[in-house]
Design a protein around this ligand. Structure first.
Ligand code: PGA
Length: 246
């Protein structure tokens, strides 16, 4: 279902003590925010620890940044959907860094999306073009592939994150008008009820432009999400702009 969301992807940042401090600061600063869902995706090793800080059923939901699609087995080093389900609700799937550095392709992404849904997890499906182009075909194709064999009635159970690769971690955020246009293009796949987020160099200074676009339901924030005050400020702006329009 479409709803205002701010998700933080901590990537491979934080040591154990940092995770504890950061989670505590985020919890305290978003505690009283109404009208938005806040998701944090720490490194998998810290999820239980962060869960102990934010609590179950509180303001903050947790996610992981990746998982394997098998339920269990001899897959050294992997984590399964069932393991994730014990501690978190969300799983980021197909992040461009997974695609670029770990060889994940559209088939893997599709298997993971199906596995997440089978296990009652909400996949946050990441798509985005590598090079700037007019109306980019790449994310639309990635999305169609990611949703292959997913029954249409489940489209409302996933989240899509549109993240142009050229905007991730570069400081070169995509213009809100451009993002709004691509999001509408992606929705044509059948995503009328699906939350669509934007990600790519979002910070407290540029967040407002996205918040004002009704096409964009939320954000997937990377580097700014490991700075507590910055992330809190992004969440506050999102809540302020979106609350009356939800
Ligand atoms: P960034 O990362 O905010 O650091 O650009 C976004 C992401 O990778 O999800």
């Amino acid at each position: 279902m479409r709803r205002p969301i701010v998700a933080g992807n901590w990537k491979m940042y934080t040591r154990s003590a940092d995770a504890h401090i950061l989670a505590t600061a985020v919890r305290n600063s978003v505690m009283n925010l109404e009208g938005i869902e806040v998701i944090i995706c720490p490194p998998a090793l810290w999820v239980s620890e962060v869960l102990a800080v934010v609590g179950r059923g509180g303001k903050i939901e947790l996610g992981v940044q990746n998982m394997y699609f098998e339920a269990e087995g001899a897959y050294t080093g992997e984590i399964s959907p069932l393991m994730v389900r014990d501690v978190a609700k969300y799983v980021i799937i197909g992040h461009s860094e997974r695609r670029a550095y770990f060889g994940e392709n559209n088939l893997d992404v599709n298997e993971k999306v199906l596995a997440a849904l089978r296990s009652g997890l909400v996949p946050i499906i990441c798509v985005g073009e590598r090079k700037r182009e007019g109306l980019p075909k790449e994310p639309r194709y990635q999305l169609e592939e990611a949703l292959h064999r997913v029954p249409k009635k489940h489209y409302r159970d996933v989240i899509v994150a549109y993240e142009p690769v050229w905007a991730i971690g570069t400081g070169e955020n995509a213009e809100p008008e451009y993002v709004a246009k691509v999001v509408s293009y992606l929705r044509e796949v059948g995503l009328a009820d699906t939350p669509v987020l934007y990600g790519g160099s979002v910070n407290s200074k540029n967040v407002e432009g996205y918040a004002r676009r009704p096409e964009i339901d939320g954000l997937l924030v990377g580097s700014a999400s490991v700075r507590a005050a910055e992330f809190a400020s992004i969440c506050q702006t999102w809540a302020k702009e979106k609350i009356f329009k939800a």
